[in-house]
Design a protein around this ligand. Structure first.
Ligand SMILES: [Zn+2]
Length: 393
């Protein structure tokens, strides 16, 4: 995120925690600077939301100034409505911008009847239909982390480097009391990486990849490829077979023919009968994504649209979680937002031909136009070719 302080623009996303702490400390010391931080999430505006530097114990952070009534951009991490939206998925974004999940389990009755016995399909059935990528709380968490590090934004010739961004975000993420620092997060990126006792493991893969047998009957090994270079096999991770199989069934239902994507795996320490501490797999989720940009997509058509925008060197965002607004029960989350047009353009990729879907789509269009956005629609389900793009600003 970019902020403006004393007429200087600072890109905080390019800094690690240590750099940010020393900068915030400096601002905090100078009275004028402390309350004069502006969030530049929406550069089309002349005035920006005001923020201030705060200090709790020895930790400095920036937070919304209560007196500021200027709204953040819809998908800014500091936007109140956005925070309320992800809260509904069990993800808390705290005042300092850090992420917290108190419980990954979404089943109503909490039982300790053993690892991996719960069925993720029945457990999550209620909400993955209208939000296909959020198949479990773990997927919602991962999508929120991707949005926090701005991974869903694509700028032509911009730097990508997902592992670096995820590790930085992990430092500001706590799941069931575990902070996802280097000890607890593993992002597959280079050879000889060692899977030891990390709780959260992220790698690239293909849903059809062949798994290997393990010496233990109830386990299998999933190949994990680098998130930076999807051709490079990094390691095999041993997981419980039943958890993997359940994840695969869910993935087959939602992935809509996109075979590539992220494997995300959550593990917890567990004592064997002989008293040995092992990491047991609790949740696995497969998140389909476009291969070049590694941006999650909900369908093959969305993947084609992302490919097309990259080829045309356009600046866009692919909202992953959280809605712009909810009106008359309609959740409004555009498939893609184009930023390099004279006015911001909302892009919808229509993949279904039912009456209900089309009426929903036309209501969305109405709302976008009312809100003064440009609108682009691709009726992909009719076999239409990709539409010409609105010209750049
Ligand atoms: Zn903002």
């Amino acid at each position: 995120m970019e902020v403006k302080v004393a007429n200087k623009i600072v890109d905080l996303s390019k800094m690690d925690d240590k750099q940010k702490q020393s900068l915030f400390k400096e601002w905090h010391k100078k009275d004028g600077l402390r309350t004069n931080v502006e969030c530049l999430c929406d550069k089309t505006k002349n005035v920006h939301p005001r923020m201030s530097v705060r200090k709790i114990r020895n930790h400095y952070y920036i937070a919304n100034l209560p007196s500021s009534h200027i709204e953040h951009e819809t998908y800014c991490f500091y936007d109140k409505k956005y925070r309320e939206g992800v809260k509904k998925k069990g993800i808390t974004i705290k005042d300092d911008g850090s992420i917290e999940v108190s419980k990954l389990d979404t089943s109503k009755k909490h039982t300790n009847s053993g690892i991996g016995k719960k069925n993720p399909i029945s457990r999550n059935h209620s909400y993955y239909e209208d939000d296909p990528l959020c198949t479990c709380r773990l997927s919602s968490l991962f999508l929120t982390m991707l949005q926090k590090c701005n991974w869903h934004q694509y700028k032509p010739h911009g730097q990508r480097n997902l592992s670096k961004r995820l590790y930085r975000t992990g430092h500001e993420t706590t799941v069931q009391g575990v902070t996802l620092n280097y000890n607890n997060l593993l992002v597959a990126k280079r050879k000889k990486q060692f899977v030891s006792e990390q709780h959260f493991v992220v790698g690239w893969g293909n849903i059809h990849d062949e798994v290997l047998p393990s010496t233990l009957d109830f386990k299998i090994k999933i190949p994990l490829y680098s998130v930076e270079d999807s051709c490079e096999l990094i390691t095999y991770i041993e997981v419980e077979r039943n958890v993997y199989e359940e994840a695969k069934i869910v993935a087959e239902k939602i992935r809509n023919n996109v075979a590539q994507g992220f494997w995300i795996i959550w593990r917890e320490p567990h004592k064997t009968q002989r008293g040995k501490r092992v990491m047991a797999t609790r949740y696995i989720s497969f998140i389909p994504a476009e291969q070049k940009t590694k941006i999650p997509v909900e369908s093959l058509h969305e993947k084609d649209m992302v490919d097309y925008l990259v080829e045309e060197e356009r600046h866009f965002k692919k909202p992953l979680i959280g809605d712009i607004k909810e009106e008359h029960g309609i959740k409004i989350r555009p498939d893609i937002i184009l930023y390099d047009t004279p006015k911001v353009t909302m892009v919808e990729v229509a993949g279904v031909n039912t009456e209900k879907y089309l009426s929903h789509l036309s209501k969305k269009k109405e709302i976008y136009l009312q809100e003064n956005y440009l609108y682009l629609e691709w009726l992909a389900m009719n076999g239409e070719p990709l539409p010409p793009l609105p010209s750049k600003q």
